[in-house]
Design a protein around this ligand. Structure first.
Ligand code: CP
Length: 311
């Protein structure tokens, strides 16, 4: 693997999932692979799971890890030809090349603005790092995707499926704030590559980018969508058509134990209790969110392993 900024960078998803599950059983088997190699993690936004699990994964492979909260550094300029006489102090051209001298792999988290659709869609932060860095880039959640989370979700569904071709439902759920579409986008993309019966359910006005959903069925009736579901993956996202807006606060879309039935409950976390999902789901046997979060380590580890093997 040369980089991991999108699901499509995985050449063989089913083999990668199997490799991740093996790494989970023997996490230190490749502890010399990353010796004298450094992972630099750059955070433009907050994180708990991504930061800790990716660091743990790198250390399991024997790597050194450095973390920079980008907001503590110089304000970066991403536009070409800008006269930098206002708020930005350092251009990504220099920054990415300099960081590349300190690291063998650079991982970046940079959320969307949710105000400028075209700029967000261009993935200008992630693509600037790809363009100017001289080492592989890993996406720790960007404007439009969260491929490490999606690989985690694929591993989790593979491990926990109790039948061939399980029914998987991605459900929009309420949230007080405008959130990115990234997790939902990457979840759809990865599930489209798996042998699952995938349905998306959300209120009207919350359709994801049709270039991503393609022909995946969309059901605007949550109750009907949940019928016979084996996995329900809840996530809030803001409107894509009315870009970045919260257009629906209907708490009837909250995931309840009654609605869930026999399905397993998934969420990338963090989750707002009794807004997105009621306590009884998270505290009950149907919730697999803790196992899911554990798999973040092995998703990151298999990605770092495959990149280290190509260095
Ligand atoms: N799921 C996820 O990416 O969690 P963090 O935002 O805490 O990293």
């Amino acid at each position: 693997m040369k980089k991991y900024t999108e699901i499509q960078d995985i050449s063989n998803l089913s083999e990668t999932i199997k490799e991740a599950i093996l790494l989970k059983m023997t996490p230190f088997e490749f502890q010399d692979l990353g010796k004298h190699k450094t992972l630099m993690m750059l955070f433009f936004n907050s994180s708990l799971r991504t930061r800790l699990s990716t660091e743990k994964a790198a250390k399991n492979l024997g790597m050194n890890v450095m973390v920079l909260n980008v907001n503590d550094a110089w304000n970066l300029e991403f536009e070409d030809g800008t006269i930098m006489n206002t708020n930005t102090s350092e251009h990504i051209k220099e920054a990415a090349q300099v960081i590349s001298q300190y690291a063998d792999i650079i991982a970046v988290r940079a959320f969307p603005s949710l105000t400028d659709k075209e700029k967000d869609k261009s993935e200008f932060v992630m693509n600037s790092f790809i363009k100017y860095a001289t080492v592989p880039i890993v996406n720790m959640e960007s404007a439009t995707g969260h491929p490490l989370q999606a690989l985690t979700d694929a591993i989790t569904v593979s491990e926990l499926a109790e039948k061939a071709r399980p029914k998987v439902v991605l459900s929009w759920a309420p949230h007080p704030k405008a959130l990115p579409q990234a997790v939902a986008n990457s979840f759809v993309e990865v599930m489209q590559q798996m042998d699952v019966d995938l349905t998306i359910t959300h209120p009207k006005g919350y359709d994801l980018n049709p270039e991503i959903t393609k022909n995946t069925p969309i059901n605007y009736n949550q109750e009907k969508a949940f019928k016979n579901a084996d996995f329900v993956y809840a996530k809030n996202w803001s409107s894509y058509s009315d870009y970045g807006k919260v257009i629906h606060h209907d708490k009837n879309w909250m995931i309840t134990k009654e609605k869930l039935g026999d399905a397993k409950f998934m969420h990338c976390l963090p989750v707002r209790r009794n807004v997105v999902v009621e306590d009884s789901v998270l505290d009950g046997d149907s919730s697999v969110v803790i196992q899911q979060a554990n798999n973040r380590t092995y998703a990151a580890q298999v990605v770092l392993k495959q990149i280290l093997e190509k260095l």
